[in-house]
Design a protein. Structure first.
Length: 393
């Protein structure tokens, strides 16, 4: 185990997940600003094509967030009042909020203890005739066990929507997330594996995405780029009361460069994860994240679970102790069912989803970002070792 003197640890700090932006992104953004087309236009169309090719999706639609993508996905599928939608408590609230937005009722299914992804066995128990869709979340970038879920969905004629906010780039047996034929929403939020500051992408069946394209921009039959192009026409029709969820060309300019750099980003994440795994697997007081055989994780988050019975420190105090040593840790996620709105609306108790609740009480996410230097990684390793050493039973 590395020994470090605390003064060295205290003299520097490691942020949680800053973006990785170079002069290349900046030049592309400036190029968009200098052009006369700053909102949805040619760069957005190119970004959609390049993204679809990258994840082997039949089509893609750029959005101003992943949340917008999930909302439009449910609206496109016609999910609404009187319908139930199965999903996971171990996610960011956005995945569940959109179910409320379309007027449907979320039904939570507990997660699997290793991956913290939705448990297909729990889905099976909660499949009633009023279930219209399942929203799965590839937690921390580890793919959901899609096969049994898609099989149940087919058997019951239910749609599956994938929240792939963490899953770029992830794959199951070499098949990328985004290519499994379901409407799949990716996030380019500031902290995600690739970013456009704010932004998202919806992939899936071209016919469904055509309807999503109408809904994502006011319900208009033609966007501005198509109305103003050569031979275009000012006239349009409103086909549905749609949303305002389009991506700007300024964001797309940044996204295209980030997409080209993704392999470089992923390579670095893999190196950091390997170093963390090596160091923390030596500590019986912590449990390292699992990657199942046959899957490729995007490693969006590095989530440690404390073996609390071996430690004299709570998770909350562990996070504070890391902060004192210059390491910004976080927790992903406060389970949906303990947030006041969901708790009070559906009368949930923390123990209603024991796997998610137990994991939440023990988990913390360590800094993980592609710009992270070896010295930052060693700083985090040393800080975790020091807190564990100081509080072992
Ligand atoms: C970040 C995140 C979202 C929302 O992404 P936005 O692009 O910010 O809307 C949705 N689901 C999960 C699991 C997330 O982590």
């Amino acid at each position: 185990m590395t020994t470090i003197d605390s003064t060295r640890l205290l003299s520097r700090s490691v942020p949680f997940s800053p973006p990785n932006i170079t002069e290349e992104e900046i030049a592309e953004v400036v190029d968009s600003l200098r052009s006369d087309w700053i909102t949805t236009g040619p760069k957005t169309r190119k970004f959609e094509q390049e993204f679809a090719a990258c994840v082997q999706a039949p089509a893609a639609l750029a959005m101003n967030s992943c949340t917008a993508g999930l909302h439009v996905a449910l609206a496109t599928l016609g999910v609404g009042r009187g319908d139930k939608v199965l999903t996971t408590p171990m996610t960011f609230a956005a995945s569940v909020n959109v179910i409320e937005h379309v007027g449907a009722t979320p039904v939570l299914c507990d997660v699997e203890p290793d991956t913290l992804n939705i448990d297909p066995g729990e889905i099976e128990k909660k499949l009633t005739p009023d279930v219209e869709a399942i929203v799965v979340v590839h937690y921390a970038g580890h793919p959901v066990d899609l096969d049994p879920i898609l099989e149940m969905a087919r058997a019951h004629d239910i749609a599956v929507v994938e929240d792939a906010a963490h899953a770029m780039p992830a794959a199951i047996n070499g098949k990328p997330i985004g290519s499994h034929g379901n409407l799949t929403a990716f996030s380019f939020y500031a902290t995600k594996n690739i970013t456009t500051c704010e932004g998202g992408m919806l992939t899936g069946d071209p016919a469904l995405l055509e309807r999503a394209r109408v809904l994502h921009l006011h319900g208009m039959s033609k966007d501005a780029a198509r109305r103003y192009e050569k031979g275009g026409n000012w006239r349009y029709d409103i086909l549905a009361p749609g949303f305002k969820y389009n991506m700007t060309d300024v964001a797309a300019a940044m996204g295209r460069v980030q997409l080209r750099r993704m392999d470089e980003f992923q390579q670095r994440r893999l190196e950091i994860v390997a170093r963390y795994d090596e160091a923390f697997s030596q500590l019986p007081e912590v449990e390292i994240p699992t990657v199942r055989d046959g899957v490729q994780s995007a490693h969006h988050l590095y989530v440690l679970r404390l073996e609390t019975e071996r430690l004299r420190i709570s998770r909350d105090d562990f996070v504070l102790a890391l902060a004192d040593l210059g390491v910004t840790a976080s927790v992903h996620f406060i389970p949906v069912h303990v947030h006041p709105f969901y708790r009070d609306t559906y009368g949930y108790q923390p123990e209603d989803f024991p796997v998610a609740w137990n994991a939440f009480m023990r988990m913390l996410s360590l800094p993980l970002y592609s710009r992270m230097q070896d010295a930052d990684v060693e700083h985090v390793v040393a800080a975790v070792e020091q807190v564990v050493r100081g509080h072992r039973r």
